[in-house]
Design a binder for this molecule. Structure first.
Ligand SMILES: Nc1ncnc2c1ncn2[C@@H]1O[C@H](COP(=O)(O)OP(=O)(O)OP(=O)(O)O)[C@@H](O)[C@H]1O
Ligand SMILES: [Mg+2]
Length: 344
């Protein structure tokens, strides 16, 4: 057994067999390899023992009186405490039907008697490795969820607290601009204009960041949402941009889906405003929204006649602050699609 395997797994191996000789042989073999070994002569004792100290792995004989290996395995799998412990069956019968049953009751592997020591060891180590990786994944997942939550909280607080002082900067600049609109020095007026412009852009950025941080944090209640009505709402929200660009928005026969309405509005608003925005100035934007039913879900498509997204950028644009080279002449901060992905 390698040290790498030994470290995070401490419960040892539980051997279950109603024949004491078999137990002795297997136990001696595994102890020689450095494994901690516990033994049980019946299914009932195995279940009790596994519950007291959780083993890393169970080697389970199939043919036992009273409670056979399959029943023991089913019992272990039904109990949340023991359900994750890998079970390798030991069987004297090399019967296809038995193997199927062994897997269907939750076994991960089997060895048939008489067995070769090296094979049994290889199978055990293999299962322990999987077990160790799974445990690592669970821990890492936990850690990731936590740090993600912290980051979102951080983004939220920072953005929130930045709003107030920024409001003062843009507000006072506006006051100065109003009072000195006839000020003779054009450069000063230009500077004031730039301060106000930058301030407003940061305000937009903060607003977008706040939306991004808020989306999907907690469990969101899903409700039936009629997407035709939703789109009607979104297009009236975007009316000024639509009119300004003379954009044509088409959609019909959209389904009713389960969702969170404010977030779905946000989703379509981002997608449609992109579709209207990223269009050459000499072209009238045409935006089409459609939905087709797939086996288990609705596939929504939003298409436009704009500058398009190069295939190699398709993944990247959904990451926060990522914009394409061709978008550099259009305004934006690169948060919209990241928010969309979170919502979806
Ligand atoms: N309909 C589209 N046509 C062409 N490129 C697009 C389209 N939608 C998104 N993109 C590209 O994807 C990038 C990311 O989109 P996203 O909506 O996140 O950011 P943005 O529109 O630039 O800024 P924001 O939405 O935060 O104001 C855009 O900068 C652009 O490069
Ligand atoms: Mg956008």
């Amino acid at each position: 057994m390698t040290d790498q395997l030994a470290s995070p797994l401490q419960g040892g191996i539980l051997l279950v067999d109603d024949t004491p000789d078999n137990l002795r042989v297997l136990s001696a073999m595994l102890t020689r390899q450095g494994f901690e070994v516990r033994k049980a002569l019946t299914g009932q004792r195995a279940i009790a023992s596994a519950q007291i100290v959780l083993p890393d792995l169970i080697l389970l004989d199939i043919k036992m009186p009273e409670m056979d290996g399959y029943a023991v395995c089913q019992h272990l799998k039904a109990n949340p405490t023991t359900s994750e412990v890998p079970v390798i069956f030991i069987s004297a019968l090399d019967d296809a039907l038995d193997k199927v049953k062994a897997f269907s009751v939750g076994g991960v592997d089997y060895v048939t008697k008489p067995f070769q020591e090296i094979e049994v060891l290889a199978r055990i180590e293999h299962q322990l490795r999987i077990q160790r990786l799974q445990q690592q994944l669970v821990v890492q997942n936990h850690e990731l969820t936590r740090s993600n939550r912290d980051l979102e909280q951080f983004a939220y607080i920072v953005s929130h607290d930045l709003q107030q002082p920024l409001q003062s900067i843009t507000g006072f600049t506006q006051l100065i601009q109003a009072r000195y609109q006839d000020y003779p020095d054009v450069t000063i007026r230009e500077y004031l204009h730039r301060i106000h412009d930058s301030g407003s852009r940061i305000q937009c950025l903060i607003q977008d960041l706040l939306v991004y941080a808020r989306v999907g944090g907690d469990y969101q209640e899903l409700q039936p949402v009629d997407c035709n009505r939703l789109l009607h709402q979104v297009s009236s929200d975007l009316q000024s941009a639509i009119t300004k660009k003379q954009a044509v928005l088409t959609y019909d026969n959209l389904p009713q889906i389960m969702g969170n309405e404010p977030q779905l509005i946000q989703l379509f608003q981002n997608l449609i405003s992109n579709a209207i925005k990223f269009v050459r100035p000499d072209i009238t934007p045409q935006v089409k929204i459609s939905a087709t039913l797939q086996t288990h879900y609705w596939l929504f498509e939003v298409s436009d006649n704009g500058i398009g997204i190069e295939a190699h950028n398709i993944e990247r644009v959904f990451e926060i602050f990522q914009r394409t080279e061709s978008a550099k002449n259009y305004p934006g901060t690169g948060i919209g699609l990241a928010t969309c992905r979170k919502i979806v």
